[in-house]
Design a protein around this ligand. Structure first.
Ligand SMILES: NC(=O)c1ccc[n+]([C@@H]2O[C@H](COP(=O)([O-])OP(=O)(O)OC[C@H]3O[C@@H](n4cnc5c(N)ncnc54)[C@H](OP(=O)(O)O)[C@@H]3O)[C@@H](O)[C@H]2O)c1
Length: 244
Protein backbone atom coordinates (compact mmCIF):
# COMPACT_ATOMS: atom_id res chain seq x y z
CA UNK A 1 0.00 0.00 0.00
CA UNK A 2 1.26 3.50 -0.86
CA UNK A 3 2.32 5.69 2.06
CA UNK A 4 -0.21 8.43 2.90
CA UNK A 5 0.50 11.85 1.49
CA UNK A 6 1.44 14.67 3.86
CA UNK A 7 0.15 18.26 4.03
CA UNK A 8 1.30 21.15 6.21
CA UNK A 9 -1.42 23.75 6.90
CA UNK A 10 -0.64 26.99 8.73
CA UNK A 11 -3.39 28.66 10.75
CA UNK A 12 -5.52 25.56 11.22
CA UNK A 13 -6.78 26.32 14.74
CA UNK A 14 -10.00 27.71 13.20
CA UNK A 15 -11.59 29.03 10.02
CA UNK A 16 -10.41 28.12 6.52
CA UNK A 17 -7.24 26.39 7.73
CA UNK A 18 -9.17 24.16 10.10
CA UNK A 19 -11.66 23.14 7.38
CA UNK A 20 -8.75 22.43 5.06
CA UNK A 21 -6.96 20.23 7.58
CA UNK A 22 -10.20 18.31 8.19
CA UNK A 23 -10.81 17.88 4.43
CA UNK A 24 -7.36 16.40 3.81
CA UNK A 25 -7.54 14.25 6.94
CA UNK A 26 -10.82 12.74 5.70
CA UNK A 27 -9.14 11.96 2.38
CA UNK A 28 -6.50 9.93 4.25
CA UNK A 29 -3.65 12.45 4.23
CA UNK A 30 -1.26 12.98 7.14
CA UNK A 31 -1.91 16.48 8.44
CA UNK A 32 0.64 18.70 10.19
CA UNK A 33 -0.63 22.06 11.44
CA UNK A 34 0.95 25.27 12.74
CA UNK A 35 -0.63 28.13 14.70
CA UNK A 36 -0.36 30.00 18.01
CA UNK A 37 -3.23 28.01 19.56
CA UNK A 38 -4.01 24.31 19.36
CA UNK A 39 -6.78 23.10 17.08
CA UNK A 40 -9.96 22.01 18.89
CA UNK A 41 -9.29 18.99 21.11
CA UNK A 42 -11.35 16.56 19.04
CA UNK A 43 -9.19 17.08 15.94
CA UNK A 44 -7.35 13.88 15.11
CA UNK A 45 -4.03 15.65 14.57
CA UNK A 46 -4.30 17.91 17.66
CA UNK A 47 -2.46 15.52 19.95
CA UNK A 48 1.03 14.11 19.72
CA UNK A 49 3.51 15.62 17.32
CA UNK A 50 1.24 16.77 14.50
CA UNK A 51 0.56 20.30 15.70
CA UNK A 52 3.27 22.91 16.17
CA UNK A 53 2.53 25.86 18.45
CA UNK A 54 4.22 28.79 16.75
CA UNK A 55 3.81 32.52 16.24
CA UNK A 56 4.56 32.98 12.54
CA UNK A 57 5.24 36.69 13.04
CA UNK A 58 8.53 35.64 14.65
CA UNK A 59 10.68 34.85 11.62
CA UNK A 60 13.60 33.32 13.57
CA UNK A 61 11.24 30.69 15.02
CA UNK A 62 10.04 29.73 11.53
CA UNK A 63 13.49 28.60 10.45
CA UNK A 64 13.75 26.41 13.56
CA UNK A 65 10.22 25.10 13.01
CA UNK A 66 11.02 24.03 9.44
CA UNK A 67 13.77 21.80 10.83
CA UNK A 68 11.33 20.22 13.32
CA UNK A 69 8.67 19.60 10.67
CA UNK A 70 11.23 18.21 8.22
CA UNK A 71 11.88 15.48 10.78
CA UNK A 72 8.16 14.64 10.83
CA UNK A 73 7.95 13.87 7.09
CA UNK A 74 7.90 10.33 5.74
CA UNK A 75 10.68 9.59 3.21
CA UNK A 76 11.49 13.33 3.11
CA UNK A 77 8.37 14.03 1.04
CA UNK A 78 5.89 16.90 1.41
CA UNK A 79 2.90 16.75 -0.97
CA UNK A 80 1.22 20.05 -0.09
CA UNK A 81 1.95 23.23 1.84
CA UNK A 82 -0.97 25.58 2.50
CA UNK A 83 0.15 29.04 3.64
CA UNK A 84 -3.18 29.99 5.17
CA UNK A 85 -2.37 31.78 8.46
CA UNK A 86 -3.15 35.46 8.21
CA UNK A 87 -4.12 38.42 10.34
CA UNK A 88 -6.21 41.45 9.47
CA UNK A 89 -6.15 43.93 12.36
CA UNK A 90 -9.02 46.42 12.37
CA UNK A 91 -9.67 49.77 14.00
CA UNK A 92 -12.43 50.46 16.54
CA UNK A 93 -15.71 48.68 15.66
CA UNK A 94 -14.00 46.79 12.86
CA UNK A 95 -13.08 49.90 10.89
CA UNK A 96 -10.39 49.99 8.17
CA UNK A 97 -6.81 50.79 9.30
CA UNK A 98 -5.53 53.19 6.67
CA UNK A 99 -2.04 53.70 5.25
CA UNK A 100 -1.39 56.97 7.11
CA UNK A 101 -2.26 56.01 10.65
CA UNK A 102 -1.36 52.33 11.00
CA UNK A 103 1.72 52.11 13.23
CA UNK A 104 4.85 50.61 11.74
CA UNK A 105 4.97 47.70 14.21
CA UNK A 106 1.57 46.58 12.93
CA UNK A 107 2.81 46.80 9.31
CA UNK A 108 5.88 44.76 10.20
CA UNK A 109 4.11 42.06 12.20
CA UNK A 110 1.41 41.69 9.52
CA UNK A 111 3.99 41.40 6.76
CA UNK A 112 5.87 38.76 8.78
CA UNK A 113 2.75 36.61 9.17
CA UNK A 114 1.05 37.25 5.82
CA UNK A 115 4.07 37.50 3.51
CA UNK A 116 7.47 36.49 4.94
CA UNK A 117 6.17 33.33 6.66
CA UNK A 118 4.87 31.89 3.33
CA UNK A 119 8.19 32.82 1.70
CA UNK A 120 10.31 31.19 4.42
CA UNK A 121 8.15 28.06 4.69
CA UNK A 122 8.02 27.50 0.94
CA UNK A 123 11.78 28.04 0.57
CA UNK A 124 12.38 25.80 3.55
CA UNK A 125 10.53 22.85 1.99
CA UNK A 126 11.56 23.09 -1.66
CA UNK A 127 13.51 19.80 -1.64
CA UNK A 128 10.71 17.90 0.13
CA UNK A 129 8.01 19.37 -2.13
CA UNK A 130 10.09 18.59 -5.20
CA UNK A 131 10.60 14.96 -4.16
CA UNK A 132 6.79 14.57 -3.93
CA UNK A 133 6.03 16.75 -7.00
CA UNK A 134 3.98 18.74 -4.50
CA UNK A 135 1.84 21.86 -4.51
CA UNK A 136 1.84 25.12 -2.56
CA UNK A 137 -1.35 27.11 -2.02
CA UNK A 138 -1.16 30.67 -0.66
CA UNK A 139 -4.23 32.42 0.76
CA UNK A 140 -4.34 35.94 -0.67
CA UNK A 141 -7.47 38.11 -0.61
CA UNK A 142 -9.91 40.14 -2.66
CA UNK A 143 -8.36 43.09 -0.78
CA UNK A 144 -5.07 42.54 -2.61
CA UNK A 145 -6.53 43.92 -5.84
CA UNK A 146 -8.89 46.72 -4.71
CA UNK A 147 -9.52 49.00 -1.76
CA UNK A 148 -11.76 47.13 0.66
CA UNK A 149 -14.16 48.82 3.06
CA UNK A 150 -12.82 47.02 6.13
CA UNK A 151 -9.49 45.37 5.28
CA UNK A 152 -6.63 47.75 6.12
CA UNK A 153 -3.79 49.03 3.94
CA UNK A 154 -1.07 46.88 5.54
CA UNK A 155 -3.23 43.76 5.11
CA UNK A 156 -4.16 44.61 1.51
CA UNK A 157 -0.60 45.32 0.43
CA UNK A 158 0.73 42.19 2.17
CA UNK A 159 -1.79 40.13 0.17
CA UNK A 160 -0.90 41.89 -3.09
CA UNK A 161 2.75 41.08 -2.37
CA UNK A 162 1.81 37.46 -1.67
CA UNK A 163 -0.01 37.27 -5.02
CA UNK A 164 3.13 38.51 -6.78
CA UNK A 165 5.27 36.09 -4.78
CA UNK A 166 2.98 33.27 -5.93
CA UNK A 167 3.77 34.08 -9.58
CA UNK A 168 7.48 34.45 -8.85
CA UNK A 169 7.73 31.18 -6.96
CA UNK A 170 5.63 29.33 -9.54
CA UNK A 171 8.20 30.45 -12.11
CA UNK A 172 11.18 29.54 -9.94
CA UNK A 173 9.86 26.16 -8.77
CA UNK A 174 8.45 24.87 -12.07
CA UNK A 175 11.86 23.43 -12.89
CA UNK A 176 11.73 21.24 -9.78
CA UNK A 177 8.13 20.05 -10.38
CA UNK A 178 6.49 22.12 -7.64
CA UNK A 179 3.30 24.05 -8.44
CA UNK A 180 2.52 27.29 -6.59
CA UNK A 181 -0.96 28.85 -6.71
CA UNK A 182 -3.03 31.33 -4.73
CA UNK A 183 -6.67 31.54 -3.71
CA UNK A 184 -8.17 35.01 -3.27
CA UNK A 185 -11.28 34.73 -1.07
CA UNK A 186 -13.95 37.40 -0.94
CA UNK A 187 -16.13 37.28 2.18
CA UNK A 188 -15.91 33.85 3.82
CA UNK A 189 -17.81 33.16 7.05
CA UNK A 190 -15.05 33.25 9.70
CA UNK A 191 -14.06 35.41 12.67
CA UNK A 192 -11.79 37.53 10.43
CA UNK A 193 -14.82 39.41 9.03
CA UNK A 194 -15.87 42.85 10.25
CA UNK A 195 -19.23 43.68 11.86
CA UNK A 196 -20.25 45.63 8.72
CA UNK A 197 -19.97 42.62 6.42
CA UNK A 198 -23.76 42.09 6.01
CA UNK A 199 -23.88 45.39 4.05
CA UNK A 200 -21.23 44.07 1.65
CA UNK A 201 -23.21 40.86 1.19
CA UNK A 202 -26.36 42.80 0.36
CA UNK A 203 -24.71 45.41 -1.86
CA UNK A 204 -21.64 43.87 -3.49
CA UNK A 205 -22.02 40.08 -3.68
CA UNK A 206 -24.22 38.91 -6.58
CA UNK A 207 -24.82 35.53 -4.88
CA UNK A 208 -26.09 37.40 -1.77
CA UNK A 209 -24.36 35.16 0.77
CA UNK A 210 -21.02 34.58 2.47
CA UNK A 211 -18.78 31.77 1.27
CA UNK A 212 -18.24 28.81 3.59
CA UNK A 213 -14.93 27.50 4.87
CA UNK A 214 -15.73 24.13 3.28
CA UNK A 215 -16.09 25.76 -0.16
CA UNK A 216 -12.59 27.22 0.18
CA UNK A 217 -11.20 23.91 1.46
CA UNK A 218 -12.66 22.18 -1.63
CA UNK A 219 -10.78 24.59 -3.90
CA UNK A 220 -7.53 24.02 -1.98
CA UNK A 221 -8.12 20.28 -2.32
CA UNK A 222 -8.58 20.66 -6.08
CA UNK A 223 -5.38 22.71 -6.48
CA UNK A 224 -3.38 20.04 -4.62
CA UNK A 225 -4.93 17.18 -6.59
CA UNK A 226 -3.99 15.32 -9.76
CA UNK A 227 -6.78 17.25 -11.52
CA UNK A 228 -4.71 20.45 -11.33
CA UNK A 229 -1.31 19.30 -12.57
CA UNK A 230 -1.03 21.98 -15.29
CA UNK A 231 -2.14 24.88 -13.07
CA UNK A 232 0.62 26.97 -11.56
CA UNK A 233 1.17 30.68 -10.90
CA UNK A 234 -2.61 31.26 -10.82
CA UNK A 235 -4.60 33.31 -8.33
CA UNK A 236 -8.14 31.92 -8.23
CA UNK A 237 -10.92 34.12 -6.84
CA UNK A 238 -13.63 32.56 -4.67
CA UNK A 239 -16.07 35.35 -3.94
CA UNK A 240 -19.67 34.67 -5.06
CA UNK A 241 -19.20 37.01 -8.01
CA UNK A 242 -17.87 40.03 -6.06
CA UNK A 243 -15.93 41.52 -8.96
CA UNK A 244 -17.43 45.01 -9.34
N1 LIG B 1 -12.50 34.85 5.79
C1 LIG B 1 -12.39 35.68 4.77
O1 LIG B 1 -13.37 36.30 4.35
C2 LIG B 1 -11.06 35.88 4.07
C3 LIG B 1 -11.05 36.74 2.97
C4 LIG B 1 -9.85 36.93 2.29
C5 LIG B 1 -8.70 36.28 2.70
N2 LIG B 1 -8.74 35.45 3.78
C6 LIG B 1 -7.48 34.81 4.17
O2 LIG B 1 -7.68 33.44 4.44
C7 LIG B 1 -6.78 33.01 5.46
C8 LIG B 1 -7.57 32.33 6.58
O3 LIG B 1 -8.47 33.29 7.11
P1 LIG B 1 -9.68 32.91 8.08
O4 LIG B 1 -10.83 33.72 7.61
O5 LIG B 1 -9.82 31.45 8.23
O6 LIG B 1 -9.13 33.58 9.42
P2 LIG B 1 -9.27 33.19 10.95
O7 LIG B 1 -10.54 32.45 11.20
O8 LIG B 1 -9.00 34.44 11.69
O9 LIG B 1 -8.06 32.16 11.15
C9 LIG B 1 -6.75 32.62 10.99
C10 LIG B 1 -5.79 31.50 11.33
O10 LIG B 1 -4.45 32.04 11.21
C11 LIG B 1 -3.74 31.74 12.41
N3 LIG B 1 -2.77 32.80 12.70
C12 LIG B 1 -2.98 34.13 12.71
N4 LIG B 1 -1.87 34.78 13.08
C13 LIG B 1 -0.92 33.83 13.29
C14 LIG B 1 0.44 33.85 13.70
N5 LIG B 1 1.07 35.02 13.97
N6 LIG B 1 1.11 32.69 13.83
C15 LIG B 1 0.48 31.51 13.57
N7 LIG B 1 -0.80 31.42 13.17
C16 LIG B 1 -1.48 32.56 13.04
C17 LIG B 1 -4.82 31.66 13.49
O11 LIG B 1 -4.40 30.80 14.53
P3 LIG B 1 -3.95 31.28 15.99
O12 LIG B 1 -4.77 32.48 16.36
O13 LIG B 1 -4.20 30.06 16.81
O14 LIG B 1 -2.49 31.58 15.84
C18 LIG B 1 -5.97 31.00 12.74
O15 LIG B 1 -5.85 29.60 12.79
C19 LIG B 1 -6.04 34.26 5.93
O16 LIG B 1 -4.78 34.32 5.29
C20 LIG B 1 -6.92 35.38 5.46
O17 LIG B 1 -6.20 36.57 5.25
C21 LIG B 1 -9.89 35.24 4.48
Amino acid sequence: MAAPRTIIVTGASRGIGHATALRFHREGWRVITVSRHSPPGECPWSEGRSHILLDLSNLDDIVHCVEIMRGMLVDGELHALVNNAGISPKGPDGSRLNSLETDIDTWQSMYNTNFYAPLLLTRGFVAELSRARGAVVNLTSIAGSRVHRFAGSAYATSKAALAALTREMAYDLAAVDVRVNAIAPGEIDTTILSPGTPEIVERDIPMRRLGTIEEVADLIWFLCSHQATYITGAEIPINGGQHA
